[in-house]
Design a protein around this ligand. Structure first.
Ligand code: ADP
Length: 501
């Protein structure tokens, strides 16, 4: 009887479950979108119960779809949207507040205070991160400060904090396990990546009681068993990694210097730096890639907050398209944007700018600007933002990128992929398995139970799907990119002094 690994991929816009066979091929997949909640400008929340229920729904459905029994699953791996913060009651499992999503800007002012107190160099040195509302630390403080009774309950040890992996793990194990892995812990702004421990002094500065924090474990290793009542069989959970680190793993970037970019809601460029902790001087983050066999590997990371989300915005708010995939046909109606640049800084700008107060901006509009130009400008903005990251990474690592491995939902868009290759001037290689995030989590889980022997076996699975070669002349690419840089200047600092908090 063949057996499988089940990957639970809890993304920002959808929950997904995918079954992988021994060759690393997805055999069945089910996904479900869930609600995005925007209570105030710049605020983003999810309902934790919807996260859990949509994830559970897809897990049950994928088992049905593949026609297998839950006992045919050897192990489960979890990968998740990172930084998103949930606090729940340790006993009842009831969340005290909605999940505050990584994109949410509500703690920007608190971050300003930390910067004013000169905490930035300390936080950078200890956590590898910049001080930004993006990370979990200030989101935890916000919940404890603003939800009635939360702080006193937290101080009594009655509450649990978790990123989405911990939340799913807690629910899957019937409330028995409160843990996370290195890759997720290193995104909280509370975890010391030098000695691999929660940092007492940062936790104290943010008034986060230590009892709130999950136990941190290896990404590939035993976390607990799925409670029998959940899927009908006790299945070990043996892999957890944040989505971007999981994608780095799923892309087979096991060696120092290998990099991938994921085109999802946001864009995330990660380069494996092995056991070396690079400190960026170009606005990138130092993060833990994964912990395996009690050894932690590191990565240099650049993140763009709004990438595919700009396409969703065109679809949902502007109603310029009815499906994300329609952006490709519409963009093809024109050869270029006719000088229009769209900076989708809806929630500020991430690397390399780190401007919490930047806001979305469209420049270069003329009387002739039409829908196709706007749609094309949104796609091009994704590519320009990735170029920003690539330049920063090359400057920090002194490694010139020869090609870029690409994955994520938006790699389906050939206009975007071609423009990306053009603007970067290097080939863009889309892996055959598009779901590399889920695959990475499956690999981690499978390695821990001997489903796959070692990383060499896995590395052999990686296959090229499609390759986009640069076609644009360098002068044209440079000229367009210079236009983008000018547009970014217009978007910066817009919300300073604005009542948006
Ligand atoms: P996440 O895991 O962050 O939820 P996915 O990797 O599933 O994201 O990618 C979904 C994102 O990709 C959405 O933001 C969507 O707008 C975008 N997207 C999906 N298909 C296309 C397409 N054909 N062209 C452009 N963008 C797309």
């Amino acid at each position: 009887m063949p057996t499988y690994i089940l990957a639970l991929d809890q993304g920002t816009t959808s929950s997904r479950s995918i079954l992988f066979d021994k060759s690393g091929t997805p055999v069945a997949q089910v996904s479900k979108e869930f609600r995005q909640i925007y209570p105030n400008p710049g605020w983003v929340e999810h309902d934790p119960m919807e996260i859990w229920e949509s994830q559970l729904f897809t897990a049950k459905e994928v088992i049905k779809k593949a026609g297998i029994s839950p006992s045919d699953i050897e192990a489960v791996g979890i990968t998740n949207q990172r930084e998103t913060t949930i606090i729940w009651d340790r006993v009842s499992g009831k969340p005290v507040y909605n999940a505050i999503v990584w994109q949410c800007r509500r703690t920007s002012q608190l971050c300003d205070e930390l910067k004013k107190d000169n905490m930035e160099p300390v936080i950078r040195e200890k956590t590898g991160l910049v001080v930004d509302a993006y990370f979990s630390g200030t989101k935890i403080k916000w919940i404890l400060d603003n939800v009635e009774g939360a702080r006193s309950r937290a101080e009594k040890g009655e509450l649990c904090f978790g990123t989405v992996d911990s939340w799913l793990l807690y629910n899957l194990t019937g409330g028995k396990v409160h843990a996370t892995d290195f890759s997720n812990a290193s995104r909280t702004m509370l975890f010391n990546i030098n000695d691999n421990k929660w940092d007492e002094s940062i936790a104290k500065r943010l008034s986060v009681p230590e009892s709130l924090l999950p136990e941190v474990r290896n990404s590939s290793g035993y976390f607990g068993k799925i409670d029998k009542t959940v899927l009908g069989a006790e299945i070990p959970i043996t892999g957890i990694a944040g989505d971007q680190q999981a994608a780095l793993f799923g892309q087979g970037c096991f060696e120092k210097g290998l990099a991938k970019n994921t085109y999802g809601t946001g864009c995330f460029l990660l380069m494996n730096t092995g056991e070396e902790r690079f400190t960026s001087s170009h606005g990138l983050l130092t993060t833990q890639a994964w912990g395996m066999n009690d050894k932690v590997d590191y990565a240099l990371e650049g993140s763009v907050f709004i990438a595919g989300a700009a396409i969703q915005w065109l679809r949902d708010e502007m109603k310029l398209i009815s499906h994300a995939s329609e952006s490709e046909e519409v963009a093809k109606e024109v050869d270029d944007t006719a000088g229009v640049y769209f900076v989708p800084a809806f929630v500020g700008l991430g690397a390399p700018y780190w401007d919490m107060y930047a806001r979305g901006t469209v420049v270069g509009l003329t009387r002739g600007t039409g829908r196709a130009h706007m749609v094309r400008a949104a796609l091009e903005a994704i590519a320009y933002q990735v170029k920003d990251l690539v330049l920063a990474m090359e400057a920090d690592s002194k490694i010139e990128l020869k090609e870029l491995r690409a994955d994520g939902g938006a790699v389906a868009n050939s206009v975007l992929m071609q423009f990306q290759a053009d603007i970067l001037g290097v080939p863009l290689v889309v892996s055959k398995v598009a779901e590399t995030t889920a695959l990475g989590a499956a690999y981690m889980a499978g390695l821990a139970v001997g489903f796959w022997k070692d990383m060499n076996e896995i590395a052999c699975h990686w296959q090229e799907g499609k390759r986009y070669l640069p076609r644009m002349d360098k002068e044209g690419a440079d000229c367009r990119y210079a236009g983008w840089k000018r547009a970014v200047e217009r978007a910066k600092g817009w919300a300073v002094g604005h009542s948006e908090r």
